[in-house]
Design a binder for this molecule. Sequence first.
Ligand code: WQD
Length: 339
Amino acid sequence: MKVLVTGGLGFIGSHTVVELQNEGFEVVIIDDLSNSSEDVLDGIVAISGVKPHFEKLDLKVKEDVISFFKKHSDVAGVIHFAASKAVGESVNKPLMYYENNINTLVYVLQELSKLNTQNFIFSSSCTVYGQADELPISENAPVKPAESPYGNTKQIGEEIIKDTCKINENLNSIALRYFNPIGAHFSAEIGELPIGVPQNLVPYITQTAIGMREQLSVFGGDYPTPDGTCIRDYIHVVDLAKAHVVALQRLLENKNVSNYEVFNLGTGTGSSVLEAIQSFDRVSGKKLNYKIVDRREGDVVAAYAETKKANDVLGWKTELNLDDAMASAWKWEQKIRNK
Ligand code: WQD
């Protein structure tokens, strides 16, 4: 079966392509290479021995999306990762984010709705919850006003899919709300490739440890948490990738109970920034150089997933823990810096 993975050369996309190919799916990747590289294909081949079909395509160009789907009308499912995802950047470039994250979703859904089979997996984020009132966070937690244009594009994206599913019963969709994806494939053939100064914690940790960054700044040590630093649910990207295959198979096997479903994808365990640093030190044998500084605007105090629905309904749960993820992130950093 042919599966389209948009943004398939990106961090989570590439790991999902590997897992799809491991399950025997024929994968077609669309990527505009704005935040990834065609070299990622070599890593995918090195792991799964199969080279996915790749088309460099800008999904903002409606005509190109139309011609793609005319050529690939036999697509059995679409996993839609393609989007800009930097929270801070989105605050400074809101229109770029709305154009890139919303227009592309609309064009893909418009063309998908012309096919006989319409299975759609949407890359969403726990950021839609903002600072949830209750922890762990379940799928019933209220969606709160977004703290950034990036987060808003995820909320709007879910609404677009929901509204479309209401009038198109042939469209079956699942929104996957990720917590904090980290780590890399254990082979170190693929991983996270942040461009410029990393915004996210784990790439900043590994780049500090490898000597690319002077020191990690821990944003805030005075939060109402056990050690004063923010708590997050760090999920291994390989566990996350496997969840996408399970979600797609759920739709292909018509096991979904409605044509729009939502699942939180996390470990269910919250870890503080200092605990993440301790995990890194434990698995690397290094002593990370960090200092606690002022809080970062827009950070929530704590977020970690209620995993019951994903475990019991989707039939998926994480198998890897924080140390596994940190060790894989460190191995990947050393690999790409040839150290
Ligand atoms: C994690 C914790 C920071 C960097 C965002 C998006 C989410 C997803 C993942 C795209 C926080 C602290 C970080 C640093 C630090 N993005 N930190 N020093 O903000 O939880 O989630 O990225 O899909 O949708 O919202 O992730 O890794 O930026 O931060 O102390 O140099 O690490 O304050 O507590 P975040 P993050």
